[in-house]
Design a protein around this ligand. Sequence first.
Ligand SMILES: Cc1ncc(COP(=O)(O)O)c(C=O)c1O
Length: 456
Amino acid sequence: MDRHTAEPTAEGLPGPNAAEWIEFHSEHAAPSEHSHDFVWDVTAEADGPFVTDVDGNVLLDFTCHIGAAPLGYNNEKVLGKLREFDLVEPMKIAGQDMYFGAGPDPEESPFPGSGHLMEKLCEVSEGYGMDTVFLSNSGAEAVENALKITYDDAPSAKYGFAFEGSFHGRTMATLSVTRSNEVYTRHYPEISGVRTVPFCSDRHCTEGECDCGFSTRDGSQLRRALAPEGGHVNPAEVAFVVLEPIQGVGGYRFPSESFMREVGDVTDEYDIPLVVDEIQSGVGRTGEMWASDHYPIEPDVIASAKGLRVGATISNSELFPSESNRLGSTFGGGDILSSMQGVFTLEAIEEHDLLANATERGRQAKELLRDDAPNHVADVRGKGLMLAVEFDTADRRDTVVEESLKRGLLTLGCGKKTIRLLPPLDSTEREIELGIGIFADAVDAAADEVASAASS
Ligand SMILES: Cc1ncc(COP(=O)(O)O)c(C=O)c1O
């Protein structure tokens, strides 16, 4: 397969082999969220955004495994480097409890490991004065440890702030700050003292004009909650404000500059650590390394994962506990292959100018999506290749996802009536044109289907 000429060819998904794999998998797997009726064949051909399933269907994947495969499949920009190394056994090494090296000297190491990944992460976050990383296994752990370090830093803290519509992971603490779908959180106990304020979901809001509920005539909800004359939360007792700079699961909600400025100003003024969850929006997805880079905020802690292949809590050494054993995880960041992939992904972004590519291809995609968009497309938005199309109803959104799949394009829903599109960061002009063309056909087909369902 060659991504420069490949075309999707899909027929009757899921096919008979896929049905068999799904049945086999479901026999012992706990019921979980399955995002696609598509079964990847990891032994079959794949290149960049193109991938083959167990029935031989070829799909154009505009989801990148919800961002966890930022360069798509079998990408030479990462694979080429991985192939150079003669790894004896890509085993999982117990991580935080031991040091490990490769050869006598980290500078001359024959391959990068977790130490190199941490070095690289500090490099790309040095604009925020960050110099220290705690590696872990997942996004949830990255946020969990971000919250832990803020509590450690403020022993008398009783409160934290989260935003409506947020998703931060599925551990108990991260669910305590998750405010999106109640199926994630129902009946689970919460850490105490988490207050919720509205998130700005209209990127055009200004301080004076905001219907999102965050800004009121008497100041923002965050500021009012902390103000001595009416506030009920003592700022000295607040451990953190945790924010997705762009909400993912909640609906690819892009906030306004004025909202972000206010969050930045309030956390600065009261010296409250601002934890940004960049698990979906980071590692180049938006055309900047971190989505935070687009906004007037100065995060104190960044939580990253997905595209890095490991979880990472990144901050300044002053915020991290100095006491050993205060944080830890047996396999935290110890997986050699994952750390290497993380390093090579960050290197690929740099070496191939993929931030610029994501910006340019994102612009192309938005233009194509907006061109002749029918009335039932309520909004087309995005930064870089973190793109969203919002529809008038959830039914129509779901039908567009199905129609896209029938045509060989993988997309993903989010929020109530939105589709998210995450093409690989190195997508070409042809791939964007191809994918958005299929998407437009799916939108038209969904319009016919929804119209005929309404008239019958
Ligand atoms: C914004 C955000 N935070 C946290 C998480 C949790 O990451 P993980 O599934 O790796 O635990 C996700 C996962 O989708 C996410 O999108």
